[in-house]
Design a protein around this ligand. Structure first.
Ligand code: AMP
Length: 224
């Protein structure tokens, strides 16, 4: 890997992708961009882009590929040359990946790593299916139903343990299917280029972070 990180992170629901993306940015300091987050901010600001994409996001549909590519091109063009990037949420289609290749070639920023977090279906169901929100006690806290001290802390404060409707096991399996349908082609494309680091996402946040660091360090050493 060159000294300036140009990376993408992929991960199924429950893999802790956003958490790991945040940690990576602290450890390796590239700039980070979560496209979902960024688009939501544009909608909140009611910027021209926000007005254009608000209704599409509200319908749960994807922004069309050329517009999304324009958004990324604008963001990357403004990125100082000594800053790298970690993209979370882009590319999302094979078409976006092709447009992204053109953008990176134009800006002379070769992609040097794709981090692929992986989690078995049973691990995802355990993690997401056990996730509860401790509700009604001020600071809402996300806990796991098997974390007995956290459950007791919540109940003793008269909190409610609430499960998100999309964290029910059948919905989790459906979400995992959607993720696979969306990313299989993309991941195959990057795997063929030898850029992909597959990292098992079970275990603690710290354990997963260490696996990612080890994979990235190995690839930097290999690149000299
Ligand atoms: P997310 O937070 O990743 O679920 O993204 C929220 C919404 O933003 C999606 O439902 C899409 O409408 C839009 N979005 C985010 N990333 C992309 C992308 N790469 N291509 C198209 N639409 C996107």
């Amino acid at each position: 890997m060159t000294t300036i990180p140009h990376m993408i992170i992929f991960g199924p629901p429950g893999a802790g992708k956003s958490t790991q993306a945040k940690r990576l940015v602290e450890r390796w300091p590239p700039m980070t961009l979560s496209t979902g987050q960024m688009l939501r901010e544009e909608v909140a600001k009611q910027s021209p882009l926000g007005k254009q994409v608000g209704a599409v996001i509200a319908r749960g549909e994807l922004i069309d590929d050329p517009l999304m590519a324009d958004v990324i091109r604008t963001w990357l063009t403004a990125l100082p040359p000594d800053k790298g990037f970690l993209l979370d949420g882009f590319p999302r289609t094979v078409e976006q990946a092709a447009l992204f290749d053109e953008i990176l070639a134009d800006l002379k920023r070769p992609l040097n790593a794709v981090i692929k977090l992986s989690l078995s279906v049973s691990e995802a169901v355990y993690r997401l299916g056990g996730r509860r929100l401790c509700y009604g006690v001020g600071n809402e806290e996300i806990i796991h139903i098997n974390d007995e001290p956290a459950v007791m802390r919540c109940l003793e404060r008269n909190g409610l343990l609430v499960q998100r409707p999309d964290d029910l096991p059948n919905v989790i399996v459906h979400r995992l299917g959607l993720y696979a349908a969306e990313t299989d082609g993309l991941l195959a494309l990057y795997a063929e280029r030898g850029l992909t680091h597959s990292v098992h996402a079970a275990g603690s946040t710290e354990e997963v972070a260490q696996r990612i660091d080890a994979a990235l360090r190995a690839s930097m050493e290999a690149a000299g």
